[in-house]
Design a protein around this ligand. Structure first.
Ligand code: HEC
Ligand code: HEC
Length: 363
């Protein structure tokens, strides 16, 4: 009763599938571990639950205990099959009904329409759904040209080919900030290291493959391969640091209708990633600068959405670079603030190799 059915991406070394790494996977078979963990975030966000709510109390301290079943977990499996059946029987197999359609962030879906929702303020607009070229709007390339101009001009942008940066990182429920180091090289190599006494978290993309090495207190696998549309998304985020080739970063570009985001007028363009993901770029109409990226990767149960909000652009080698950004996804939020940027430095290629497993530093 597996829900897989997506063609695996053309990976040279096939990443291990969830059922090969975990002990009790019955429905979400045939997907790589990063996507499986993404679906766990999707379940949590759609039902407004913490990880341990659907897993047993003991799972808090042990990844092995996540294999144990409880009632919510069993019900969730049934619901996954129910949703797949609804989409198949009623929507021609299009994934239009997901957990979120009914649950909307609560464990028990509403039975009665909410009067608060009816008369309350609508939640702010969140661009990111796929759309077609909007009538009367300029081609996306025109908006991207304005962006390059706003950054300092295409020539200067093309001359920024690498940088290293230091700064701080804070997670959604972190009390303090942790040191972070970033190494980036055009067009698509990047390593981010978040330092911690429990062990560093290193996210690397070498241009083709990607990995995340995190302490086992945080993730169930020591070095998790990043795959498919998620990997495309990370490659795009790296490309945005060196946007000279931004137009080649996505295909099938289209412009949406102008919108209001965070009380600013914005222009919205969208394109497809190499493995069929969708990414939306939001530009401040007045400054021409990129303020938001929304991208998602498909999964058997729904879209795994990630958003990056960029702020505090400052000049580095004549090019405006965001010094602050926040990455939000379905099971976490990370704030980055960089302070010390060294442009156009040589970076050892070993920096972009598969990271070693994280070990406690004992510092
Ligand atoms: C709404 C319920 C629900 C929530 C919330 C949830 N899970 Fe799960 N989890 C499941 C179900 C159901 C399975 C089994 C999937 C299957 O059989 O295909 C599972 C399986 C797992 C497994 C595999 C365990 C094994 O060895 O078989 C891990 C690891 C896991 N979840 C981690 C997490 C993490 C981390 C979170 C929080 C981000 C989380 N889960 C949130 C329902 C949930
Ligand atoms: C078509 C609407 C609908 C969709 C889609 C849906 N659910 Fe549900 N779900 C319900 C309803 C209704 C209930 C409450 C049933 C009841 O009260 O007996 C429920 C209950 C649950 C419960 C039990 C909650 C409790 O407190 O006992 C879990 C867990 C759950 N759903 C998980 C999921 C997951 C995971 C998905 C996506 C794979 C999902 N649901 C999709 C309608 C839906």
């Amino acid at each position: 009763m597996s829900l897989a059915g997506q063609a695996p991406s053309a990976n040279l070394a096939r990443p291990p599938m969830a059922e090969e790494v975990f002990k009790n996977v019955q429905v979400l078979k045939g997907i790589p571990v990063d996507q499986f963990m993404g679906t766990m975030g999707f379940l949590s966000a759609s039902l407004g639950l913490n990880c341990t709510d659907c897993h047993t109390e003991e799972s808090g301290g042990s990844w092995a205990r996540y294999a144990d079943d409880n009632n919510l977990k069993r019900t969730s499996r049934r619901m996954m099959l129910m949703v797949a059946a609804i989409n198949k029987e009623h929507f021609g197999g299009r994934q239009v009904v997901t957990c979120d359609t009914c649950h909307r962030g609560s464990q028990r879906p509403n039975v009665m329409p909410s009067l608060n929702r009816l008369y309350g303020e609508a939640p702010p607009e969140e661009p990111g759904d796929p759309y077609r070229q909007a009538t009367g709007q300029p081609p996306a390339e025109q908006i991207l040209d304005t962006y390059l101009q706003a950054l300092g001009g295409a020539d200067r942008v093309a001359r920024l080919t690498s940088f290293t940066a230091k700064g701080t990182y804070s997670g959604f429920d972190d009390a303090g900030k942790r040191p972070v180091e970033i190494y980036a090289k055009a067009p698509d190599q990047r390593t981010t290291i978040v330092r911690s006494r429990l062990g560093d978290t290193t996210t690397t993309i070498d241009g083709r493959a990607g990995w995340m090495a995190a302490p086992l207190t945080d993730r169930p696998v020591a070095v998790m391969p990043l795959t498919g549309q998620e990997l495309d998304g990370l490659r795009l985020e790296t490309g945005i640091l060196f946007p000279a080739r931004i137009k080649q970063a996505l295909t099938n570009w289209r412009t949406g209708f102008p919108a209001i985001v965070d009380e600013r007028e914005v222009l919205v363009v969208q394109g497809d990633t190499a493995s069929g993901g969708v990414a939306t770029l939001v530009f401040d109409e007045e400054t021409g600068l990129l303020t938001r990226l929304v991208r998602y990767a498909a999964s058997p149960i729904g879209r795994l959405v990630t958003r990056v909000d960029y702020a505090d652009y400052r000049e580095v080698a004549g090019v405006k670079v965001p010094f602050r950004w926040t990455v939000s996804w379905l099971s976490g939020r990370s704030r980055f603030e960089i302070t010390d940027v060294q442009p156009n430095v040589a970076i050892d290629s070993a920096r972009f190799a598969r990271p070693a497993p994280s070990v406690p530093s004992g510092r």
